[in-house]
Design a protein around this ligand. Sequence first.
Ligand code: SER
Length: 318
Amino acid sequence: MSKRILVTGSYGQIGTELVGELRRRYGGENVVATGRKKPPAILKRDGPYYQLDVLNVSQLHQLLVDLDIDIVIHNASVLSAVGEKNPQLAYRTNVEGAYNVLEAARILELDQVMIPSSIAAFGPSTPKENTPNDVIMRPTTMYGVTKVFIELLGEYYTHRFDVDFRSLRYPGIISSEALPGGGTTDYAVEIFYEALKNKRYTCFLAKDTALPMMYMPDCLKATIDLIEADASRLKHRSFNVTAMSFTPEEIANEIKKYIPEFEIEYKPDYRQQIAESWPRSIDDSVAREEWGWKPEYDLPAMVKDMLDRLSKRLGIEY
Ligand code: SER
């Protein structure tokens, strides 16, 4: 594939590692990282970085034309917890940002647009266990409302204007490079830092709150596999994907196998209610059928790899 890809939200939790992986595959010059801030060194290293605010339509169009972009991966988004603190910001960033990107794809005739959705697109009336791909979606967070909108608008652009829109409903993503930015599943990343540094963690979710999760290598694989999937095979445009489901207690027990003195306590806050409105586990058979999705990491494999990587990066033995 010799396409030119532009990634928004490139210094976010997923963007940081996705840009690196895309550059390894498609060549540094072909993958343009963008964001509103000054880029971290890792993003400037192997390819271009441009300042971009997706709410600025003329700046967005100018960059897409000047850089001859074929595919946009629009990752810039306000996540669930920050979105409940500031719903107006989440609305503007997520809804207007996605609209601007889809409009740009229509007007400039881009080859493809990938915009993430989330397990947050489901709500309390959705079946909680093995949630199917096509099911009732009535989320109760602003973040979830914006994600349902993005899926529907993207699918509308596909059938109405022939824009090749694709979306993954990411579960909680666990990663060792960049921290997540204000979501409800962030505890599953924080717990590793605290386990290594302080041997204790205070979790903001209750111990039996199961949520669908995925380790970053699988997140990158899912994203790239869907981008590369043959459009003729896709009956859907928005896909459930998952790799594992666990509770805070289960991940803590897995960490204790390596750090026996690790202690966890539970002090659920406002994020508990958000978590309880989401599925506990996900059925991703549609993604498996239509584009061959298959995860590699389960809970034990993810925990071992996270501890290895983080202990190396932080210089803390365990
Ligand atoms: N990780 C996200 C969040 O917690 C879910 O999409 O907001």
